[in-house]
Design a protein around this ligand. Sequence first.
Ligand code: HEC
Ligand code: HEC
Ligand code: HEC
Ligand code: HEC
Length: 82
Amino acid sequence: MFQNDAGKVLFTHQTHTEEYYLDCLDCHHNIYDDETYNCSDCHEETGDDYMPSRMDAFHETCSGCHADYGAGPVECSACHVL
Ligand code: HEC
Ligand code: HEC
Ligand code: HEC
Ligand code: HEC
């Protein structure tokens, strides 16, 4: 569960990896090695020209894939539900 000002977002990590047949590296894009680090280790609240903010990194990854697959929420209120 991601806590944030826009409304909590429930992310089902296990469902995404086991039922939607996604590869770890679809999300854990990796720039140094093949480890799966937390996004927030690198993407902080405020981004810059090189490093997207935490919010931008999540929106692009989550909503981007949902739009590409035509499955999963893309409306604000469908993710920020609580
Ligand atoms: C649909 C996207 C997605 C997929 C696919 C995915 N992850 Fe994640 N994973 C995340 C997100 C988002 C987080 C939470 C990141 C944060 O809070 O900064 C996370 C967190 C983690 C963490 C926690 C890291 C920590 O230090 O607490 C591990 C470990 C992890 N994932 C491993 C994996 C592995 C292994 C796979 C493949 C079996 C995988 N992930 C597939 C999105 C994904
Ligand atoms: C080890 C550091 C690191 C981790 C961990 C990391 N990122 Fe990134 N990310 C970067 C850097 C650096 C960039 C900018 C350079 C680039 O695009 O490669 C970036 C760029 C991005 C972009 C923009 C890509 C583009 O082509 O415009 C997205 C989206 C993104 N990250 C999402 C995520 C998500 C989601 C996670 C966690 C599942 C994550 N990142 C974990 C370092 C990291
Ligand atoms: C690489 C593709 C991909 C990424 C990245 C991804 N998703 Fe999904 N997501 C899916 C697919 C496929 C579904 C299944 C939709 C269906 O079957 O109706 C889904 C469904 C969902 C659902 C509704 C069902 C459920 O499992 O809860 C939510 C909520 C959701 N995603 C949130 C997120 C969030 C938040 C992120 C980013 C942290 C994210 N997703 C990243 C592919 C992705
Ligand atoms: C696919 C799911 C998803 C969709 C769709 C989505 N968001 Fe988000 N949003 C997230 C996630 C995940 C975060 C990161 C939460 C975190 O950093 O803990 C986030 C973060 C945010 C934040 C940052 C809040 C803070 O406390 O910093 C804002 C503002 C926001 N979203 C607004 C929106 C708006 C407006 C829309 C519609 C245009 C939208 N979101 C659509 C998943 C989504």
